[in-house]
Each structure stands twice: as C-alpha cells, then as structure tokens.
Design a protein around this ligand. Sequence first.
Ligand code: C2E
Ligand code: CA
Ligand code: CA
Length: 572
Amino acid sequence: MKENEQSNVLNKTLDSLTKNRQTPKSVYAALCVLYIVTSVAVSITAGSGKVIMLGSTPVPVYTYAGVLSSLANLCIILITVFFGKLGFVTSIAVISIQTPLLIYGIIAKHRMTSLPGLFGYLLTVIAVVMIYRNNKEVAKYQLKLREQATTDILTGLPNRFAGAELFDDLIRRNKPFAAVAIDVNEFKSINDTMGFNIGNKVLIEIGSRWKKIADTGLSGTLDFILRISGDEYALIIRNYKSDEDIINTIKQYNAALDEKMSIDGYDFSVTASFGYAKFPDDTDNRDLVLSYSATAMKEIKRLKSGEHIMHFTPELLKDQNKMMIDGKVRDALDNDTIYYNLQPQYDMSHRLRGFEALARIKDEAGNLISPADFIPAAERMGLIDRIDLAVYKKAAMFFGELLRKSGANITLSINVSVKHLMKSSFMDEIRNILKESGVPADKLELEITESIMIESAEKASDCLKELKEMGVKIAIDDFGTGYSSLSYLNSFPIDLLKVDKSFIDIMNESDSSKQYVEAIISLGHIMGFEVIAEGVEEEAQLETLRSINCDYIQGFIWGRPLPSEEAARLIE
Ligand code: C2E
Ligand code: CA
Ligand code: CA
C-alpha cells in the first residue's frame, strides 16, 4: 500500500474513533455577523448625545457603548475558543484593523471616549492569544490520544481497533477484501526460553518487515497490516483480481520471515501460519469473516505440514465442530455428567413393555448434544465403552429400584456399541451391573446392530451365547439397514427385531413398502422372534402395524424419551 494511502486510512479511522466533533461553520458566520453588528452599534452609540429615559431616570445613550463593546469582544473570544486557527486568525485580523482606527480617533479627533475600548481590545488580544496557545496544547494531546487508541505500542502498527474500523468501513461500502489471520509459530517457546524482552524484539522485527511490504506496495495489492495481540497479526488485502493474487501477496509476507533475525546476539528463524477468508465471497458477515480466517489459520497450524497458507472452506467448520464435540465428550466423562432418558415401548394395545435407555450429554451452556454426533465421536476416540457403562450403571440402578418398588413386569433395553462388545471386559461389566442393580437378567435387553454379526461373527456369537445362558435378552437394532443376512439370524440367539424407522416412515406410501415391513414381521415370527417397530409417529402407521401383526411399537406417538422420574410415572 502506498504510504499516503495507509496514513489516509489510518486518519479516517482515527477520526471515527475519537469522534472529533467540530463546531458547525454556521456558528462561525453568526458570531462574525454579531460582531459586525455590535461594532457598528458601538460607534453609533459612542458618538450619540441622546438620552433615553429608563423609568424616571435619564440615561445617556453613549453609556451603552461599553456594554456593546464587551459583547463584540466576547464574539472574538468565542470565535477563538471554537474555531482553532481560523478563529485565531480572524480575531487577530479584526483587532488589527479596528485598533488603528481607534488610535486615529483618539489622536486626530480627540475622541477620549474610545480610550476604554482600546484597553478592552488590548485585554481581548491577551485572552485570544492565551486561549489559542492552550487550544493548541489540548489538540496535541488529543492527537496523541487518538494515536494511542489505534496504535499498537510495541510494534507501532495499527491495532485491532484500527482494524475493526477499517473492516466496518469496507463492509459498509461493500468493498471486497481478504482478511488474513496470522499467528507466529512456536512463539511461546521463544518467550519461554529467551524471555519477554527478546520475545518483544522478535515481534517488533516481524512487524517492521511486514510494514515495509505494506507501505511500499511491493505485493501488488493494497495491504493493511495490523497487530491484534501477542503473536497474532492480521492482514487486510484489497484490489486483488484472483485468489492467486491473494496467495502471492501472503507468500511475500511469509517470505519476509525467511531471512534469519539477529537479536541481542542470538539468531532466530521464525515462521508463521496464515489463514484467509474473503468478503463477501466466503461470507458477508463481519464477525464471521474474521472467525473463518482464524479457523483456516488454526487448521494449517495444526496440520504442521510445512505449508503455511490456507483458504477457509466450510469443511473446516465440520472439523472444528468435531473437535468441539470430542472435547465435550471428554468433559462429560471427566465430570460424570452423562445421563440418560428412557423411551417407553408398548404392545399394540398400549401396555408398557419396557424402556430403552438413551444416552444424553449437555454442554456447559445446557444445550443438548445429539447422540448422532457424540456417539460416533466417542467411538472414534475409543471412549464409547465408558459412555455405555455410565448409561448402563445409572439406568440399571434406577430401573432395579423401580422394579422392586412397583413389581412391574417390564424390560430395560440398553444400546451396545460393536467396539464395546468386542472388549474382553464386556461380559464382566454386564455381570457386575446385574449384580449391583439387582435387575433380573431376563429383564435386561441388549440392543446390538447387524454390523456386529458381520464384523466379528465368531466373537459376537460367543458373547451372545453366554448372555443368553445368563438369561439376558438380545435385540437387533436398526434392522434392515445393514447387510441383512438370513444366515446370522438363524445362528444367533435373538429375541427381538427392531424394524428401523426409515421403513416405518415410508410404509404407508406404497403397497410394496408396506409388504416389505409385513415380510420382515412374518420372517421374524417364523424364526421365533418378536418384532418392534421404531419411530412410530402417526395413527395411520399404528393401524397398518396392527393389521400386519407387529408385536410392539416405540415412537413419539406414544412416548418420547423422558427423564427417568417422568418415565417411572408411566407405570402407574
Ligand atoms: P437408536 O438406538 O436407534 O435409538 C432410537 C432413536 O430414535 C433415539 O434417538 C430416539 O430418540 C429416536 N426416536 C424414537 N422414536 C422416535 C420417533 O417417533 N421419531 C423420531 N424422529 N425419532 C425417534 P437418539 O436418542 O438421538 O439416539 C440416537 C442413536 O444414538 C441411537 O439410535 C443409538 O444408536 C445411539 N445411542 C443412544 N444412546 C446410546 C448409548 O448409551 N450407547 C450407544 N452405544 N449408543 C447409543
Ligand atoms: Ca437402540
Ligand atoms: Ca434403532
């Protein structure tokens, strides 16, 4: 960016930040007019021999001249107070013209009544000069304050406030720009090993190298470099024609760090990470353009690939979201805040069959995170068994107590992840839970998905047989969505098929869809299983399911997942 361009931008920014309001020019004109009128009035009244009656007292007209002259002087003083240099020059000019006229009157025409006026002028000149000098001093401080508010003290670069003003200005005028978030790599280790003093000098050197590029316009684009805080800088790039221009510009800032820095006898090699987002192409929201560029910067830093520049893409947000969820799963495990809801299952005449326990996690703000997000995250991180166990323990303890109190004949279903079932500790965990909670084995049902059968048929088969011997029930969850194979249905000890919601959703849309569900139910019955339909939401679905001999239903139509105490009330 050309030098004057950068300082122009900065000055505009400074003006808008310090909001230096000027007194309107109309006030100046009014004061000038008032001055002329009162001055004319002074000369008329001063020479008048007339007398005016104030009540019964006669007052000579010339005595009013003093009052009018004070008013004229007040105009001059006000002009100096409010109009800086212009006011000062005007005041001095007026007095310089008036004074010789007065002196001439006194000497040539012996008009001694003008003497007090002359003294008045003298005092006014003193006042005007003092006010002007004082004003200049104040203005100097104001300018300094302005600069301090918008300049980073350490590097002398414009600071974040200056940047924010520029962003707002560009966005208001709808001018395209690229916001580049910059972070110095491994800066903390320089600070930690060499001390703040040297760390600061490194930051100053980086700032000065970059400022040179911005000031001289070397990059070919219009650039504005600022320091945000610590080792964070930002670059605003304008007047580019393509993404290539943006990348070329950033490359120059990156290359400026190639040359070693010698500071206090030490050599430093510094690199930085650059992430950018474009207004309005990537987003037309001021805050988002900044956070998107920071997202891209963090990602390129995290990759540690040797590349230093990245353009924001929406995929990055998904990665970021994933990482956020990972963190929340860990927090929930560490703080033991995982809990569960119970969703009722009913037979076709609305008698309670039991409950399915569904894991729940809330973040610090109290927002629910969907199991569709946190279960895959926990599986990816190898933490799913800990989630499962937390739910099993809490739900089984509550359910055991409920059975003892109510004597109800109902089942508790829990979800088992494949990865969890494959752990050698799985069987012991189930035995422990049964023992501690006092839930009879035949009142516990494990929901597993078909993928278990396909991925590790042998291990799964052993586990399931052992569970069966203990009396625990087995349900196949999401039936129909996996690689359904009739052979495993025959060889595993299954009690219940759970027909996936996706089939129930479209069941009433065509005959073939309905026949498909009907076939699953018949098949299940032939093989000796019971069948439950998942995700039943409508009365018409309920009717169809009755007509094709479904055994049970689970769905919002008769019950959403509920906090355990509320679920317990369904027994009464
Ligand atoms: P799933 O085992 O198929 O659980 C049924 C899901 O369908 C639940 O979603 C439930 O709230 C939802 N649902 C039930 N009826 C209806 C309905 O009528 N309409 C609609 N739209 N949805 C209905 P949720 O609680 O979000 O759970 C999602 C999945 O997360 C579960 O699917 C299960 O695979 C997994 N999950 C939940 N808790 C656990 C757990 O403790 N351990 C493991 N490993 N997985 C769990
Ligand atoms: Ca389930
Ligand atoms: Ca399911």
